[in-house]
Design a protein around this ligand. Structure first.
Ligand SMILES: Cc1cc2nc3c(=O)[nH]c(=O)nc-3n(C[C@H](O)[C@H](O)[C@H](O)COP(=O)(O)OP(=O)(O)OC[C@H]3O[C@@H](n4cnc5c(N)ncnc54)[C@H](O)[C@@H]3O)c2cc1C
Length: 437
């Protein structure tokens, strides 16, 4: 193979990029990471909670015992799962706790991307990667056959045998230089988030969590003023991440804005007491891919691989959001495939094909395929975000309100509420949703 400046160049140091760089360096390759933020994590945003299994798989395989689990800057281990359905004034929450949620390999943690991504980048640097921060990659360099042979960043042209594109959602490099299709508006969502400071004791008291443990909470209904999307809340060590995600297509047609939704969400009786007295210390916004399996582009090219959100590896199931564990695993697989191809001196698309095989055989593609029908089911299930929360409110009001009027049997109180929505329609909608989930 021709001489190159590096074996591998990684574009972006989020979950996918930092792990790809770490793995490639651990496999003995020279690696350059180019990150447009002033430091890794400077521009990144998540809800967020990471399901830790894929991180554990990487460090078990490549960590050589150097990484202690408790040195990872996780915020809190999530042991409380809450799902809430709210209309404008009421809220019904399911609160689930279980020992299994905290077991090693099944555990998940809240994270703040600033410290988390910097720590990931540190591991990549310790493994031998070189970092350039504060510069965006603008172009991919190609040879006369069209194969990717490097990058252009600022004034510099730097070559590599393989370029791993891990620049996150809305990957302009994939679109502009590799012809990946532009995502449709109904496949993309906008997310906004605010971080509120609270003491650890306040968090543990407000969420009934043991010391060091925390809660993840998703909201459907009035959080987005009835538009497709939802609210999220994650407890960090001494802060709370609170925000909303709503599809761009719906929001652009709605009679509201995401900022108005967030304002009202913070005032809702189910949310206001949680952030009472807390100072807002951070505000951020980011896009999220929502289309799931059906929007995954081609991700293996001559000389280049795409990993993480840049390959649209993200899923929002309404009761859970997953992107970071998919990003970590895809970063690992991309790096392994790149290293094997370099060793075999064939970095053509065919030489890099083991990336797709690894992805197809792993939870990444299998899980996205399992839930492939959910994004369109959710998109066309408007009542889930409007009428269902209202119905739930009516049901629970009918159950709990005592006003001195002679009470009817429960069935007589419930049936009119349900029948009003069409019993058959309701059953068929729920059946459709269960089939997609
Ligand atoms: C509101 C919201 C809530 C979410 N909640 C969750 C959650 O709770 N759990 C979960 O698992 N996932 C969640 N996700 C999804 C998750 O954040 C992503 O799936 C994950 O961050 C993808 O990681 P990545 O490394 O592919 O991309 P990113 O984390 O976006 O990293 C991309 C990196 O590339 C850099 N970059 C971009 N362009 C260039 C360029 N041209 N040159 C150089 N560098 C560049 C960026 O600065 C960034 O550092 C959420 C997302 C949002 C927006």
């Amino acid at each position: 193979m021709e001489e190159r400046d590096f074996d591998v160049i990684v574009v972006g140091s989020g979950c996918a990029g930092a792990i790809a760089a770490y793995v490639a360096a651990k496999k003995g390759k020279s690696v350059l990471v180019v990150e447009r933020g002033e430091y890794a994590g400077a521009k990144n945003m998540t809800g967020g909670r990471i399901y830790a299994h894929s991180l554990k798989a990487v460090f078990d395989k490549y960590g050589e015992g150097e990484i202690e689990w408790d040195e990872i800057p996780f915020e809190r281990k999530v042991t409380h799962e809450r799902i809430a359905m709210m209309d404008a004034t009421s809220n019904m929450t399911i609160d689930f706790t279980s020992e299994q949620l905290g077991e090693m390999g099944k555990d998940s943690y809240t994270v703040l991307r600033g410290p988390f991504d910097q720590w990931l980048a540190e591991q990549a640097e310790n493994a031998g990667c070189e970092y350039i921060c504060g510069i965006a990659v603008e172009e991919l360099l190609k040879d006369e056959s069209g194969a990717v042979i490097g990058i252009k960043a600022g004034e510099d042209e730097i070559t590599a045998h393989v370029v791993i594109i891990a620049e996150g959602v809305n990957s302009l490099l994939a679109e502009r230089c590799l012809g990946a299709p532009r995502p449709k508006r109904n496949e993309m969502a906008v997310g906004i988030k605010e971080v509120f400071e609270l003491s650890p004791e306040q968090i543990e008291d407000r969420f009934l969590c043991p010391e060091g443990e925390g809660a993840a909470m998703l909201f459907v209904g009035d959080a987005t003023h009835g538009e497709v999307g939802g609210g999220f809340l994650y407890t960090n060590k001494d802060s709370i991440s609170l925000g909303l995600v709503a599809t761009i297509e719906n929001m652009s047609k709605a009679n509201t804005t995401i900022y108005q939704c967030l304002d009202d969400f913070k005032k809702h009786p189910a949310v206001a007491p949680i952030i009472r007295g807390a100072e807002m210390v951070e505000h951020s916004g980011h896009m999220v891919s929502e289309g799931g399996y059906n929007m995954i582009p081609k991700y293996t090219y001559d000389g280049a691989l795409i990993a993480g959100d840049a390959a649209m590896l993200c899923m929002n199931l309404g009761y859970m959001v997953r992107g970071m564990d998919l990003a970590v695993a895809s970063g690992q697989f991309a790096a392994e495939a790149a290293c094997d191809a370099i060793d075999a001196e064939d970095v053509s698309e065919a030489g890099l094909a083991s990336y797709k095989q690894k992805m197809d055989n792993s939870f990444v593609i299998k899980d996205l395929a399992t839930f492939s029908k959910w994004p369109s089911t959710m998109e066309h299930w408007g009542r889930m975000f409007t009428d269902y929360p209202k119905m739930v409110s009516e049901i629970f009001n009918a159950m709990f309100v005592v006003d001195g009027e002679p009470a009817l049997p429960l069935k007589k109180r419930m049936m009119p509420i349900v029948k009003q929505r069409g019993l058959f329609k309701l059953a068929s909608e729920v059946r459709g949703a269960l089939k997609a989930l």
